[in-house]
Structure formats: C-alpha cells, structure tokens
Write a protein that binds this ligand. Structure first.
Ligand SMILES: [Zn+2]
Length: 275
C-alpha cells in the first residue's frame, strides 16, 4: 500500500515537473518561432510600400528581403541624394553615413584622450579623443593586443564638423567633388564626428598599411568582444558608400557588435532592419 502510495505521489511529482519544464520550453520555442517569423517582415515599413514596388521593378533579380533592406537604407536614392537629420547622435547605435547627417553644431560632451599610453610607436598618435563610453573597452582591447605582443593606437579619433569641412573642402579644391566624395565624408556625415569612429594603427603599421600587420586577422577576430565593428568592409561600397577601410573601426557596444558580426551584415543593412 505504502509503495503504491509513493508510486502515485512519484507519478504526480513527475507530471508536475514535466509540466513545469517541458511546456514553458515548448512555449519559449513557439514564441521564438513567432518572433523569428515576425522578424522577417518586421522591417517592412508601410510608408515605403511604393518605393519597394518601384525598386523591385527596377531590380527584378533582388529578393523581397533585399529590396526592403536597400530601400530602408535609402539606396533608391543616390548617396547624398536624400539627407536625414540624425536625431539621436548620442545613442550607441546611432548611424551617420551618406544619408544620415549630424547637426552642424553637434559635439559630444564626454570626449576624453584615447591614446593615454603612447607606447613605442605612439608619438604621432598622442592627441586623439573619443567619447568616454568607448574608453574602457578600447583600453581593454589595447591590453589584449599588448598581451599578444603588439601595440594598438588611434591614428584619428573625434573630428568636429568644422574640421571635417576643412578636410573636405581641401580635397574638392585640390581634386574634384567626385574625388573628394570617394575618399572623405562631407561635413556632418563623418562617423568621426560622433566620437565613436576610430582609425587605428598597429605597431609601426600606419592606418593605410595596417592590414599587413601579421596579427591583423587576429585583431579583427577580437573586435566584437570589445564592442567594435569594422565599419567599411571589403566589397561593400554599394552598401556603406565607402571603399574598404581596414583601419576604421566603430564602437557600438559589445552586445550590438556581436549581433552585427553574427548577422554578417554591414551596420547600414543591420540598422535598416532593426532600428
Ligand atoms: Zn575613419
């Protein structure tokens, strides 16, 4: 009788445990599935409907997903063909590109010196700033590089809109608008003005040759662990608006950096789908 009773109690316990553990997991899976399905269409904006249709007609080989992403990115307009004011310049996920422009007077209010330890090759790199929010993770990345036997420097950090204007105008005067647009941003459109974009150098390898550093691939593989992404990857000019820049990294925070890396998308595409 006792055995029977315990057997019954045991059975009830098993059922209860089953309900507790099995069903919520199933529910979670179900919710995830629904979310995933929702996610596919979640970046389709009704106000862009006509633009999607027009762009799809013009590009019949593109999938619906690609069309929606590209139109959300405003790629149905030429670069600088549609200017949108960036209303959230202080957000970690803020985007500044050839469509999104910072206010002329925008300046981060938390800029700090970023190259605090000049190191062996650091002399030309001493005076650069970035937003404070970047500082700790950048120092941790720098330390990880040091542990691996090489030094990381910032060769260009924050640049004001006025400074960017000088650079851009100089390029236009020396060459042409086309040439200037190929190599530098128009004022207000530079990621350096957010204080979150950095050009880097490794040891004696200056920014333009940084890719040749023997540890460059390792360095790239570490970026997202410290909240950075490579902002202008190879063969993505049509999406980012910029030629490949092995040296330009952007801070977005660890969580977002890892999500972007996992997606395999450029930040511009990711932004068009998720923000
Ligand atoms: Zn740069």
């Amino acid at each position: 009788m006792k055995i029977k009773k315990f057997g019954l109690i045991g059975l009830i316990i098993c059922i209860v445990i089953g309900i507790i553990f099995f069903f919520p997991q199933n529910n979670q899976k179900e919710t995830k599935k629904i979310k995933k399905e929702k996610n596919i269409i979640s970046y389709e904006h009704s106000e862009n409907k006509e633009r999607y249709q027009t762009y799809q007609k013009e590009h019949p080989n593109l999938s619906k997903k690609e069309v929606i992403t590209l139109v959300n990115m405003n790629r149905d307009f030429d670069f600088y063909g549609k200017i949108i004011k960036q209303e959230h310049p202080n957000d970690l996920n803020t985007i500044v590109n050839k469509y999104y422009q910072l206010d002329e007077n925008y300046e981060p209010n938390d800029l700090v010196d970023i190259n605090t330890n000049a190191g062996t090759y650091g002399k030309p790199y001493s005076k650069h700033t970035a937003r404070k929010v970047v500082y700790d993770d950048f120092q941790a990345l720098k330390q990880a590089c040091l542990n691996k036997g090489f030094e990381l420097y910032v060769s260009s950090g924050y640049r004001s809109t006025t400074w960017q204007k000088e650079i851009y105008n100089h390029m236009v005067e020396t060459y042409s608008v086309e040439r200037a647009d190929e190599t530098c941003s128009r004022p207000g459109h530079s990621e350096h003005t957010t204080g979150l974009g950095l050009d880097i150098a490794l040891d004696q390898y200056k920014y333009e040759e940084v890719e040749n550093h023997p540890q460059y691939q390792w360095f790239l593989s570490q970026l997202s662990n410290y909240g950075f992404i490579l902002r202008y990857p190879k063969d993505k000019e049509n999406l980012t608006g910029y030629s490949y820049e092995a040296w330009h990294i952007r801070y977005v925070g660890k969580e977002l950096a890892q999500k972007i890396e996992k997606s395999g998308l450029t930040f511009d595409e990711y932004y068009a789908r998720h923000f």
